[in-house]
Design a protein around this ligand. Structure first.
Ligand code: URP
Ligand code: ZN
Ligand code: ZN
Length: 493
């Protein structure tokens, strides 16, 4: 039989929604791409017909931040590239951006190859890789160039936390950001002050606070906000755009807003967890429950944080929604049963991301924040993030009225806990297509391991549009004053 995407698909009766327009139209898919959008289309007799009457036909979601099968904190994330992408497509997401995270001293290229070998045979949806820069040397700078020019990596993540493991000091951040600028790649940061986190952890343990609540107490909002501001400042000195991953607090989000208002090139990414729940769970009396919410930067105890972040998405001050999907079972979280600093950081989100956004903030410009903005920022638009002729047929038929109750008993993750347990959400993916292949339909997965493709992302995306002009403007100011040399006496040392 031919490739599953070679059978045409005809989606009829629905309302097609792009980030700038919605209208009644049918969609014809052939060879994995959108062949036609409109009414009275010429439909091949062998086409699979999908009825979208009363429903929306949306560009598939793009989860900008996942960690499938990440080796981390002494264990490996439970959702691998198979189960994790099954969960993604069950929720209407058709592409994930995962992270290659080399160990300190490890070749970036070797790590990239390793991650790709893990992903390729397993992925049920398309994917791409951000690559983390966890140490600095000429070799790293050289390998960034190879990744950018030959492997389609146009974003690099730097950690300001995880002292002694992944953290880079400010001078190294400056060098890494500068390299990104030379390559036309977007620097991303995990913004937390790693020194203050380490001191805060010591203090909490000395106070006898060993449970998950110590995780939040040791790294308060200010620690995230300070690092966010510092990252933006360093990027601004380099004159390179910057993307703040997992914006978790009002303080950090407000730093992004302030900087944008001052004309800085900054993007901010909240995650599903931060929009759908909060950090008060870390005070729960059941240790497993409390530990399930441990991630970094932490979910905040302030329950109004989620509405704040959602409003900033709606106003365009924050742009994308990721998940930081990095799941650990109870017995893995239990590595930190006597010491919160050893609880593997991470939680679920990729399956529920789109439903959370629909439920909490349907007025956000849903398609933009769940798909198109990411495609633009990471320079794969309009191949991804849009329904138009020639685009990849990554499509979700979305029932905006349907409701479901989230539960670990029914979710598609490999993990034994769901941080949104019991939450009733509105907005459900009825059918999900990845490059024209049906991978989820009416509550059932259609297995497609290995169907997903690595999506190379070219450098010099739209974020770089005004960089040259800004450099030219600064060059006008960065001029020496022409003056006579000082001719007076100089003290003898
Ligand atoms: O808690 C988190 N965020 N785990 C994954 C690693 C990271 O910092 O993104
Ligand atoms: Zn991070
Ligand atoms: Zn992450």
């Amino acid at each position: 039989m031919n490739s599953p995407s070679e059978r045409p698909v005809f989606i009829h009766g629905g309302v097609v929604v792009n980030d700038d327009r919605e209208w009644r139209a049918d969609v014809l898919v052939e060879g994995g791409v959108v062949k036609a959008v409109g009414l009275d289309l010429n439909v091949p007799s062998d086409a699979l017909r999908l009825d979208a009457t009363g429903k929306f036909v949306l560009p598939g979601g793009i989860d900008t931040h996942t960690h499938m099968q990440l080796p981390f904190m002494g264990t490996v994330a439970a959702d691998d590239f198979d189960i994790g992408t099954q969960a993604a497509v069950a929720g209407g997401t058709t592409m994930i951006l995962d992270f290659v995270i080399p160990q300190k001293g490890q070749s970036l290229l070797e790590a990239y190859d390793q991650w790709k070998q893990w992903a390729d045979p397993k992925v049920n949806c398309d994917y791409s890789f951000h690559v983390a820069v966890t140490w600095w040397s000429d070799q790293v700078a050289d390998e960034m160039k190879v990744l950018a020019e030959e492997r389609g990596v146009n974003s690099f993540k730097m950690f300001m936390a995880y002292k002694g493991v992944f953290m880079l000091e400010d001078d190294k951040l400056f060098h890494a950001f500068t390299r990104c600028k030379e390559l036309g790649a977007l620097p991303q940061v995990h913004a937390e002050n790693g020194h203050l986190v380490a001191e805060g952890q010591k203090k909490m343990l000395e106070l006898g606070i060993c449970g998950p609540e110590g995780h939040l107490m040791s790294r308060p909002e200010e620690v995230e906000a300070e690092a966010t501001h510092r990252a933006i400042t360093i990027a601004d000195q380099v004159n390179v755009p910057i993307y703040i991953v997992h914006v978790m607090s009002k303080g950090a989000a407000n730093k992004v807003v302030d900087a944008r208002q001052r004309g800085k090139l900054v993007y901010g990414e909240p995650i599903a967890a931060g929009l759908g729940t909060d950090g008060s769970h870390c005070w729960h009396h059941d240790w497993r429950h409390a530990a399930a919410y441990v991630m970094g930067p932490p979910l905040r105890p302030d329950p109004t944080t989620k509405d704040h972040l959602m409003r900033l998405l709606a106003s365009g001050d924050l742009q994308t929604v990721g998940t930081d999907n990095c799941t650990f079972n109870a017995n893995q979280k239990a590595l930190g049963k006597d010491d919160f600093t050893r609880i593997p950081n991470g939680l679920n989100g990729t399956e529920d991301r789109m439903s959370i956004v629909w439920t909490k903030g349907v007025a956000t410009g849903f398609v933009g924040v769940t798909s198109s903005n990411a495609a633009r920022i990471f320079n794969i638009y309009p191949r991804k993030g849009r329904i138009e002729v020639g685009a990849d047929a990554d499509i979700v038929i979305w029932d905006g009225d349907a409701k479901r109750t989230i539960s670990a008993k029914t979710h598609h993750h490999a993990v034994d806990f769901n941080i949104f347990e019991g939450m009733e959400v509105q907005g459900v993916a009825v059918t999900t297509l990845v490059r024209g292949r049906v991978v989820w339909r009416d509550g059932e997965l259609v297995p497609a391991q290995g169907w997903g493709r690595y999506v190379p992302r070219p450098c010099w995306g739209p974020a770089f549009g005004s960089v040259a002009q800004r450099d030219a403007q600064r060059a006008l100011y960065h001029q020496p004053v022409k003056r006579e040399p000082y001719a007076g006496p100089v003290i003898q040392l």
